[in-house]
Design a protein around this ligand. Structure first.
Ligand SMILES: [Zn+2]
Length: 370
C-alpha cells in the first residue's frame, strides 16, 4: 500500500500509466476523471506518475531530448555568479531558486555562489571541476535535496569540505510519487507553493544566523520582508487561478514539477509527458496516450518548460489539436537576468500569468502591498 500522499492509484490518469496490456489501459482510461474541476483533496491534486515503460523508449523521443540535456551540461563551464567580498562567509547554493532566496536573505553580508545557471535542468546536471572547488571552500552549502540535483548532491557528499550541508527543500513535508519500476520517491519540486518557499526562507535564515550570528538582526529583518512578499504572492496566485473557468482548471506540463502548485492553488495536474525527473524518458506509447487524453479532457492549452527542450511537447500539442501556451513555464529554475522570471517571485508570477491567460482566466498583475 502506498503512502496516502502518493495519491490514489485508482484515480490515476492514464497519461503516465504503465503501458503494458490493452486490458490494463482500458481499465485505466475508465477510471480517469477528466471532468474533475477544482481539486477536492491533496490526493487528487497529486496525480502520481506510475511506471514509464523504459523498454519502449522511442528513439525519436531520445533524439529530441538528449541533445538539449548535453547542451545543458556542457554550457556550464563559465564561472558561476559569485557576490560579496573575500572576508564574508562563503555560501554555496545549488539551485537558482535557492540562490535567489539566499541572496535576498543574506544580502551584502554573505559571499554567495550559485552553482546552477538560470535555465539549467538540475536533474541531469553533471558537475564540472569548478563545482568541486566551490563546494570544498564553502562555509555553508544550501541545496534543495529530495534528489533534485543528484549530480551535485553526490559531489557534495564526496567533497572534503567542512561546510554545513543544509537541505533547504527538505524542510517541507514531501508529496510522494512513483517513478519507473514502482519506486516511491519524495517529490523535490517543493517551491511550487509559495507557502513552502516561506519554510525554505526560514531554513535559510536559520542557517545563515548559525554561520554568522552577529548578522542575526539583518537576516531576520530581510527574511521577514521576503516572507511578507511570499504571503501576498500565495494569496494572489490562489485568487488568479480561481478566475479560470472550473472545467478548464487543468494543467498539462512537460515534466512533473507542479504537484505542489496544483495542490495549493487548486488546479488539477491532468497530465505530464515526463516523470518527476527529466532523467526519465517518455515512451512512444506514453506520448500517444497523452495526446488521446488531452483530446478527451478538452484543455485549451498545454505547457512547455524553460529547462526542457520543447520539441516533443510541441508535437503533442499539434497532434492533440491544442495550443502550446506562448509563455513557457519556469519549472526547475528561475529565468535569465532581465527575463520576466529572473527571481523566485517573478517566476511564480510569470507562471501564473501564463497559466491564467492560456486557460481562459482573467490575469491582473501582482502588486506588493506595503
Ligand atoms: Zn524537475
Amino acid at each position: 500500500m502506498l503512502n496516502q500522499e502518493a495519491g490514489s492509484r485508482g484515480e490515476q490518469s492514464p497519461l503516465m500509466g504503465e503501458v503494458s496490456t490493452k486490458g490494463e489501459r482500458e481499465k485505466d482510461q475508465e477510471s480517469f476523471h477528466p471532468q474533475r474541476g477544482a481539486i477536492a483533496s491533496d490526493q487528487e491534486a497529486s496525480n502520481p506518475h506510475s511506471k514509464v515503460a523504459f523498454s519502449l523508449v522511442s528513439k525519436l523521443c531520445l533524439g529530441m531530448l538528449l541533445p538539449f540535456a548535453m547542451f545543458s551540461c556542457t554550457s556550464l563551464d563559465s564561472n558561476p555568479k559569485t557576490t560579496g567580498g573575500d572576508s564574508k562567509p562563503r555560501v554555496v547554493a545549488t539551485s537558482t531558486i535557492i540562490a535567489d532566496l539566499a541572496q535576498k536573505v543574506g544580502g551584502d553580508e554573505i559571499q554567495l555562489t550559485g552553482v546552477l545557471k538560470p535555465g539549467t535542468d538540475p536533474h541531469v546536471y553533471e558537475p564540472v571541476p569548478a563545482d568541486s572547488r566551490f563546494l570544498e571552500e564553502a562555509d555553508l552549502i544550501l541545496y534543495n535535496g529530495y534528489n533534485l540535483e543528484p549530480g551535485l548532491i553526490k559531489l557534495m557528499k564526496a567533497s572534503g569540505g567542512k561546510a554545513r550541508q543544509l537541505a533547504v527543500g527538505e524542510v517541507v513535508k514531501p508529496l510522494q510519487l512513483e517513478k519507473a519500476k514502482g519506486e516511491i520517491v519524495p517529490d523535490p519540486h517543493v517551491w511550487g507553493s509559495a507557502e513552502n518557499a516561506i519554510a525554505m526562507v526560514n531554513s535559510i535564515r536559520d542557517g545563515l544566523i548559525e554561520l554568522s550570528p552577529e548578522d542575526r538582526e539583518k537576516f531576520t529583518q530581510k527574511a521577514a520582508q521576503l516572507t511578507k512578499e511570499l504571503t501576498q504572492l500565495h494569496s494572489w496566485i490562489n485568487q488568479q487561478i480561481q478566475t479560470i473557468p472550473a472545467d478548464k482548471r487543468k494543467l498539462v506540463t512537460t515534466h512533473d514539477a507542479f504537484q505542489y502548485y496544483g495542490r495549493d492553488y487548486k488546479i488539477a495536474i491532468a497530465g505530464t509527458l515526463i516523470g518527476i525527473s527529466t532523467e526519465e524518458q517518455p515512451s512512444a506509447q506514453t506520448v500517444k496516450l497523452l495526446v488521446e487524453s488531452i483530446k478527451k479532457i478538452g484543455v485549451p492549452a498545454i505547457f512547455a518548460e524553460t529547462t526542457i527542450n520543447p520539441a516533443l511537447i510541441k508535437t503533442v500539442a499539434q497532434e492533440a489539436g491544442v495550443k502550446l501556451a506562448p509563455q513557457q513555464l519556469y519549472s526547475d529554475s528561475i529565468g535569465a537576468k532581465g527575463s520576466n522570471g529572473d527571481s523566485y517571485v517573478k517566476m511564480m508570477e510569470a507562471n501564473t500569468r501564463s497559466i491564467v491567460e492560456a486557460l481562459g482566466g482573467r490575469y491582473t498583475p501582482f502588486q506588493l502591498k506595503k
